[in-house]
Design a protein around this ligand. Structure first.
Ligand SMILES: NC(=O)c1ccc[n+]([C@@H]2O[C@H](COP(=O)([O-])OP(=O)(O)OC[C@H]3O[C@@H](n4cnc5c(N)ncnc54)[C@H](O)[C@@H]3O)[C@@H](O)[C@H]2O)c1
Length: 348
């Protein structure tokens, strides 16, 4: 395996690539900032169109992890890795073991975890070559319940800020996507006495929710038009976009999906419509918080108590946005910046 630094990239601590044609490995690891601790971030395997596309993605994702880990008050910096290839066709044990050795070459400065195109089984294979792996099976398990709990606490914070109440009883909530996170969130919302509307392209999931919580089924494209208190996107990214924004009649957008805003400017557009947005990378950090506790002796109560602090982090973000008259996505970045131990290291 040949490991070489990628040309120096401004405001990133380390960016290295590895190539091993025999093992079929072509990968990049980017460490954005380690002021808070070793860089933790997932490994994405994707058939990138070009080396530039892979580099752009790993840089964007690594920086995102710095902000996410800082907001989640974890002793981790931000990093990410990408493997170029189609996970369905190109993934082999040898490739994964070689990737493990690549991670090991950084001596613990980067901790790898699963992401799109990789899973717990892949982490187990890498673990043969390096101890710097999180998200192994049999430790904390599926992160989705922790993510759902964090989103639930985040919705409580948003309701407190926007509607001035602690109680969710009687509020209308629309949940888009009833997968690992969305279904669990819907269950908690039902128990809290909300009135639920749900949509999913998987009709069985919708039928289950209708039966289990008395939710109202909505066609996937109609979810944006509902006159509800909270819209909780738990399926896809970029659902707040030029096409949907004028249709939204909710007071709050708060859900688990990554990259909910198609573009940053949509954060301002929500603010102008008096819709409170709970920034996605703050509200959906439950999974990564859970993974942190797995690196010690896992205790679910301790992990979930930390996840619950997402509530207070969001209140801090909302207050900052209100006081400064800025969109909440911008306020989240500012609060994250302050949670670095060395602000000079923070990327612009
Ligand atoms: N699982 C976690 O711990 C975690 C952590 C952080 C962020 N997230 C994000 O939260 C979101 C949900 O994650 P998940 O693990 O539940 O994924 P999942 O794949 O289990 O569930 C997604 C659900 O959305 C549905 N869906 C797809 N397109 C849809 C559409 N157009 N309208 C309605 N429903 C649609 C799918 O059928 C599926 O049921 C994703 O964006 C994910 O990146 C998840």
């Amino acid at each position: 395996m040949q490991i070489s630094p990628v040309k120096s990239i401004d405001r990133y601590e380390t960016v290295v690539c590895a190539s091993d044609p025999e093992a079929g490995l072509d990968a990049i690891i980017a460490i954005h900032n380690s002021a808070r601790g070793p860089a933790l971030g997932g490994c994405r395997m994707w058939a990138y169109e070009s080396p530039e596309a892979a580099l752009t993605d790993v840089l964007r994702l690594a920086k995102g992890m710095t902000y996410k880990n800082a907001l989640a008050e974890l002793p981790f910096g931000g990093g990410k890795s990408v493997i170029v290839g189609d996970p369905a066709k190109d993934k082999t044990p040898r490739l994964l073991q070689t990737m493990g050795r690549f991670v090991e070459s950084l001596d613990g400065r980067y901790i790898i975890a699963e992401d799109v195109g990789t899973g717990p089984g892949d982490m187990a294979i890498m673990h043969r070559e390096t101890t710097h792996v999180a998200g192994l099976e049999g430790a904390s398990g599926d992160p989705s319940p922790a993510t759902a709990w964090g989103v639930f606490r985040g919705i409580q914070a948003a309701v407190k800020e926007r509607l001035g109440q602690d109680d969710l009883e009687g509020l209308g909530v629309a949940v888009q996507g009833l997968g690992h996170v969305g279904y669990d969130l819907a269950l908690q919302l039902a128990e809290a006495g909300t009135k639920l509307w749900v949509s999913d392209i998987n009709e069985d999931a919708v039928a289950d929710a209708v039966k289990a919580f008395g939710a109202f089924a909505v066609a996937p494209d109609k979810i944006y038009d509902l006159d509800v208190d909270v819209f909780a996107p738990c399926a896809l990214g970029a659902v707040v976009n030029d096409e949907t924004i004028d249709r939204l009649r909710c007071k709050i957008v708060a859900g688990s999906a990554n990259n909910q805003l198609a573009e940053d400017r949509h954060g301002k557009a929500l603010m102008e419509r008096d819709i409170l947005y709970a920034p996605d990378y703050a509200i959906n950090a439950g999974g990564v918080i859970n993974i942190y506790y797995e690196l010690g002796t896992y205790d679910r109560d301790t992990a979930f108590a930390h996840v619950a602090r997402i509530h207070d982090t969001l209140l801090t973000i909302f207050a900052r946005a209100r006081q400064a008259g800025i969109p909440t996505n911008e306020a989240a970045d500012r609060v994250a910046d302050e949670r670095f131990t060395d602000p000079a290291e923070v990327a612009a």
